[in-house]
Design a protein around this ligand. Structure first.
Ligand code: ADP
Ligand code: MG
Length: 686
């Protein structure tokens, strides 16, 4: 098992609480109280002789026998000593709640580095510092300052990894209020030792964890984290809420790719590629987690809506649409069957509208929900439980339907969109406790359903798991400053490049054009003129020798030492395909629409490499303007597979040749029969 010592954190047999206290209001007291529910032994380490009648030790070194987990709640200046004692005593893991380390500045960072060094030298894992602690709700173990989870409820299995302590506690409290059960709670704090990737690996293997929720400010260990996230999202839903999404530090860069690669873009690209669904808020994340733990995962995005109000049905339909879901019109056959159930003025098309016929709610809500779920025409059923529909009878009926569907192995989940006065809250709670998740109002219901559907789509996708890269061909890529060598390298890697020849005089340019065939394109080549069109350095549609001669003369005059590149003229949709090596995320590719307008259009998407051909296509299709790939205004559809192959090859180049730092193919001209690069820009680390 890939536990990396985290089993000592989540499943210790014996714990030492370093800094235990019985003085009310202290951290040592709070931790002592919270650890009370732990079924194993908790040894207090304290200046007092005893805590609550339990004999305390002054020093961890005096404790006989083995300790698995040390929980440290001492003031910062005493933490190093405690970690040294724990390390000397063979303790396997420590959770340091104390603040005052790297988050406070340089002195704190030094102290933090010291405690990590001590822990690592002893093979002891360290959680925190500056965190609110960890919980294992099944044990129960509450080594945190948050109140513990309620026990004895077998729904749930949500594990929460949180970086921000207080936000994490707020999300946790919200989950408890809405009778959600957690499996593991892990506050990462300063992440001094254990990485995000390790925590994910642990939760992936943890049978009690059914859904993973990540509440993060930053991702550490980029490439390993995303590899782990891919593996995890294929077997259980992973939902992330990232705070600080708007940060968009643009860097000085040679290529369009690097200029457009903000941290947020790389992060969101990498999360999407890994199959991690991104929630807009903590509440949305918990809502979706509830849907995925209480009901089977949806196997598609077709939603059946049951309502007694036309207006709310339409509102929910619109909102579902905003979240990428569809509310399909039902087949005539199914409509006929539903019409038999519905009152005369009811609507069977979807939303299925029973009208406010409250005398029949108890019968119609369950019957319509059941019929839709078994129809094979929708992947989720969302009854809108409105006003008087929130009765004990409707609730009992919906619970019975949900149970029957599970019994009959119908994998269509039922979520209730609840729109009723507070006085109906008991029924909502009952529905929820019974396993049909309750989402107040259409907005929250639509957002959570959209997220759940996206999460579920990644399940079982083991192909996305392990993209392989092709080795780049053996090639003497000694001088990547030479455009000819770059072109040779691209061609050898399988990236089609438009035929072209370099010339140093107008005569040479004309001879080249004669060989290539008209029309041709002529462009300036000079180290200072990276963006050629900006200086009038690209001349297209040169139809004859005279045009080439004149253009070449102009271009050669742009700068002393300039050369002219004469190219065959290609045609097609202008696509940018780029690559970069990010210090935090590793090698990545970008795709986008726009050619010289790429920054203006700002329609780009990123993914980490190596990348599979299938995901490269998904990435291209994720662009806002992706419809142009299928041909608009009479244009033939573009060969998307050929474009995807270029994306894959760019990824392979970045993986295979570490000195490449940035690469722009802008544009690649894409047509119905393939794609060809006409402009290449490459930067290497020197
Ligand atoms: P730069 O990006 O440095 O300005 P490019 O070589 O990309 O220079 O040329 C600018 C534009 O000219 C391209 O976006 C494309 O529209 C057009 N172009 C360049 N080369 C060709 C070619 N061989 N065939 C057709 N169009 C081309
Ligand atoms: Mg260009």
């Amino acid at each position: 098992m890939l536990s990396g010592g985290l089993d000592a954190v989540f499943a210790p047999d014996r714990i030492a609480l370093i800094g235990a206290s019985d003085r009310p209001g202290t951290l040592g007291r709070l931790l002592w109280d919270n650890l009370r529910s732990f079924p194993g032994e908790v040894v207090p380490i304290s200046r007092s002789a005893q805590i609550d009648g339990v004999p305390a030790y002054a020093d961890l070194a005096d404790v006989p026998g083995t300790i698995d987990l040390a929980v440290v709640g001492l003031p910062a200046p005493h933490v190093l000593g405690a970690i040294q004692a724990a390390a000397a005593n063979g303790v396997r893991a420590a959770v340091v709640l104390t603040a005052g380390f790297a988050e406070t500045g340089e002195a704190g960072a030094r102290l933090q580095a010291e405690i990590v060094a001590v822990a690592r030298a002893a093979g002891m894992r360290l959680v925190g510092p500056n965190c609110f602690g960890v919980q294992n709700c099944d044990t129960p173990l509450n080594a945190s300052i948050a109140p513990g989870a309620p026990a004895g409820d077998d729904l749930g299995g949500v594990s929460l990894v949180t970086q921000s302590g207080s936000y994490g506690m707020a999300v946790h409290a919200l989950g408890l209020d809405e009778s959600m059960r957690f499996a593991k709670v892990y506050a990462a704090g300063n992440k001094a030792d254990v990485s995000d990737a390790e925590v994910l690996a642990y939760l992936r293997e943890d049978p009690a964890t059914r859904v993973v929720c990540l509440l993060m400010e930053s991702i550490t260990g980029g490439p390993e984290f995303f590899a782990e996230a891919r593996r995890t999202a294929a077997v259980k839903p992973v939902i992330a809420t990232m705070t600080g999404r708007s940060a968009a530090g643009q860097r000085a860069a040679l290529s369009h790719t690097a200029a457009l690669a903000s941290d947020e873009r790389l992060r969101s690209g990498a999360l999407a590629q890994a199959g991690v669904a991104r929630a807009a808020s903590g509440q949305q994340m918990l809502d979706a987690a509830r849907l995925l733990t209480d009901q089977p995962p949806p196997s598609g995005r077709r939603i059946g809506v049951v309502t007694n109000s036309g207006g709310l049905g339409v509102e929910l339909t619109d909102l579902l649409h905003d979240h990428g879901l569809v509310v399909p019109e039902l087949s005539q056959q199914l409509q006929t069957r539903l019409r038999e159930l519905l009152p005369e003025y009811g609507g069977p098309r979807n939303p299925v509208d029973m009208t406010p016929i409250w005398s029949r709610y108890a019968e119609l809500y369950p019957a319509l929900t059941d019929a839709l779920a078994r129809s094979g025409e929708v992947d989720v059923v969302l009854p809108i439980v409105l006003a008087r529909a929130g009765s004990p009878e409707v609730v009992a009926g919906l619970l019975a339907v949900s149970d029957a569907l599970r019994r009959d192995d119908i994998g269509v989940p039922v979520y209730a969109c609840w729109v009723a006065a507070r006085s109906f809250q008991d029924q909502a709670d009952e529905l929820q406790r019974g396993g049909v998740p309750v989402l107040p109002w259409p907005e929250r219901a639509a957002a959570a359903t959209g997220l759940a559907v996206r999460c579920a789509a990644a399940l079982g996708d083991h192909e996305a798991d392990r993209p392989r890269h092709a080795d780049v061909p053996p090639h003497d890529h000694g001088d990547l400053a030479d455009p000819e060598r770059v072109r040779d390298l691209l061609v050898a890697t399988g990236i089609p490049c438009v035929p072209g020849e370099s010339a140093t005089s107008a005569d040479e340019a004309v001879a080249a054009a004669d060989r290539l065939g008209y029309p041709v394109v002529a462009k300036v080549v000079h180290a200072d003129l990276s963006h050629k069109s900006d200086v009038g350095g690209v001349r297209v549609s040169l139809a004859d020798a005279a045009a080439v001669r004149a253009a070449a003369a102009d271009l050669l005059a742009l700068r002393p030492g300039a050369r002219v590149l004469v190219q065959a003229q290609a045609a097609g949709l202008e696509v940018v395909i780029g690559g970069l090596r990010d210090p935090a995320y590793g090698p990545a590719v970008m795709v986008g629409l726009g050619g010289v307008l790429v920054e203006v259009m700002d329609d780009v998407a990123f993914a980490l490499v190596p990348i599979t051909p299938r995901y490269a296509e998904t990435l291209l299709r994720s662009l806002r303007g992706a419809a142009v790939l299928d041909g608009v205004r009479g244009a033939a559809p573009v060969d998307v597979a050929a474009l995807a192959a270029v994306v894959v090859a760019v990824g392979d180049l970045l993986v295979g040749i570490p000195e490449i730092t940035e690469l722009d193919l802008n544009p690649v001209l894409a047509g119905p029969d393939g794609a060809v690069a006409v402009d290449v820009r490459l930067a290497t680390a020197t």
